[in-house]
Design a binder for this molecule. Structure first.
Ligand code: ADP
Ligand code: GLC
Length: 481
């Protein structure tokens, strides 16, 4: 079975969040799960990807495959490069310097057009990339939402047997653009209606992709249910209630996140030898310029700073940290309001707060493994990966019980947690009151019941977060299609 994953991100070549992690790991997991699977990824050849490849001394080869994509009066040429690494699924890069050779991944006025170009180019060459037409084109997020529509209509003759899967990693981003772009998409006006690409007289790429794909999935069972309600449906709940949405929980790359061997950590450890974690904690505190204070828990945050992530709730509690007592180390980038909020917090409450406003993968490892508890107070969270990284590293997550956070962090109450039945602290309402309550419980357990705390750490570390279970679920879905 040939599976082509199409995504705007794939770690370690370009990533802004969990999408990159997932697409960087899932194709390999599919190949491991079944010898008969040939999986590959295709992504844009961003400048960031060029730099990441050069840093590792890797040069993708030119496949000679090109797509000449007509965009109205103009034609854009996209060249396809290929990277092979031992034991890994190949990655194809779609190269067009004007569209992708820029400093950032997103945030440009012509983003819709850039991903229309990407999607059309991929559909045009999908037969050639894997040497034969893919059985399934697996599309990730709005950037690729045009593909199911093209495959179901105008490109049907090119890819007659190909099925499409549309995976929603985040319904908050839908790829909404002017209907004036429709003639450039390669779609006909027949699909500009309420049950396909039309949305309030605009094009909605994600919605059309979900409407015309052979299957729609999202990244946790709870989020699959939530997006069918007005509260989480981002104005598509009615549309989604009329479809089946499969919720398949993400896994994590357990090799990249492995405290027994992680090169970014000052020491290594496992569930039976937690002293190594104390050394990683000490290294983090030293980096912060703080003394060890073993009885004061270190709370961590590693996150995009957007409204989704609930970090305003953390800011609301900054002045109370000394009273718990607890210390806070934050790593993130995002909207200026939150970045400035944490900069200011670190300036005024420097005894308890450090903030690094940056995107720094090595530091994210040192922080997640080095802190005692990781805060993930997201208002909504399709899956969330950092809470799983935390548990894998013996760090206890404190989460708002929503989406994938509810599916991965089990909180049976303090007694149950200390008895080995749970993996973290969860609160039901995304308010500062809810978060304060959960942090309070965690701090009490940390100070007063260190044995109970160690039990929670070990329970989380013993859980299997690998991709094997989810890969099997995706394979079942592909076969059914
Ligand atoms: P989302 O995709 O919504 O951002 P996830 O929890 O699924 O949330 O994935 C976030 C990914 O991005 C994780 O791998 C996390 O470690 C990483 N990440 C987020 N912010 C930063 C940062 N400032 N520096 C390094 N890695 C980050
Ligand atoms: C999105 C979601 C996040 C999820 C990630 C990977 O960015 O916000 O919850 O873990 O995609 O699926």
């Amino acid at each position: 079975m040939r599976i082509l994953h199409v995504s705007s991100e794939c770690a370690p070549w370009a990533k802004s969040g969990g999408l990159g992690d997932v697409v960087g790991a899932l194709p390999d997991a599919l190949c491991r799960a079944d010898d008969g699977v040939q999986a590959a990824v295709v992504m844009p050849f961003y400048r960031k990807a060029q730099v990441a490849l050069a840093k590792r001394g890797l040069a993708p080869s030119d496949t000679g495959i090109v797509a000449d994509v007509s965009l109205g009066p103009a034609t854009a040429r996209v060249r396809f490069l290929r990277l092979d690494r031992p034991g890994r699924a190949p990655v194809f890069f779609a190269a067009n310097d004007a569209a992708f050779g820029r400093d950032g991944l997103y945030g440009y006025d012509d983003d819709s057009l850039r991903f229309i170009l990407f999607s059309k180019a991929v559909v045009g060459v999908a037969r050639e990339l894997l040497g034969a037409p893919p059985h399934v084109i697996h599309c990730h997020d709005w950037h690729t939402g045009l593909i199911p529509g093209l495959v179901a209509t105008n490109a049907r003759a090119l890819l007659p047997g190909t099925r499409t899967v549309m995976t929603v990693h985040n319904l908050a981003y839908q790829g909404i653009c002017s209907k004036e772009l429709l003639p450039l998409t390669g779609l006909s006006w027949d699909v500009f209606h309420l049950d396909a690409y039309e949305w309030f007289d605009h094009i909605n790429l994600l919605k059309g992709g979900m409407a015309l794909a052979n299957a729609v999935t999202t990244v946790s069972p709870t989020y699959a249910r939530e997006i069918q309600t007005p509260e989480f449906g981002a104005q598509l709940d009615g549309f989604l209630r009329r479809r089946r949405v499969f919720g398949i929980l993400n896994g994590i790359d357990t090799e990249e996140w492995d405290p027994t061997s992680d090169p970014h950590l000052a020491a290594h450890y496992d569930a039976d030898h937690l002293d190594g974690k104390r050394a990683v904690r000490a290294a983090l505190l030293q980096r912060c310029g703080w003394s060890e204070q073993p009885e004061v828990p270190v709370l961590g945050v590693v996150s995009r700073m957007t409204a989704q992530k609930g970090l305003d709730l953390v800011l609301a509690l900054i002045s109370e940290l000394y009273a718990f007592p607890a210390r806070l180390v934050v790593l993130g980038t995002g909207v200026p309001r939150l970045e400035d909020g944490f900069r200011l917090a670190a300036r005024h409450y420097g005894r308890n707060v450090r903030a690094q406003i940056a995107f720094d993968v090595p530091l994210s490892h040192a922080l997640i493994a080095g802190c005692d508890a990781l805060l993930v107070p997201s208002r909504f969270e399709p899956c969330g990966l950092t809470q799983m990284y935390a548990m894998r590293c013996g760090t206890v997550p404190i989460v708002h019980a929503t989406g994938g956070l509810a599916d991965t962090v089990r909180d049976p109450g303090d007694g149950g947690l200390a008895g080995g039945e749970g993996t973290g602290f969860a609160f039901g309402h995304p308010t500062a009151v809810g978060l304060r309550w959960a942090i309070g419980r965690a701090v009490r357990m940390f100070r007063e019941h260190p044995e109970g705390w160690r039990t929670i750490q070990r329970t989380g570390m013993a859980r299997d977060w690998s991709w094997s279970r989810s890969a099997a679920d995706y394979l079942r879905l592909y076969r059914a299609l």
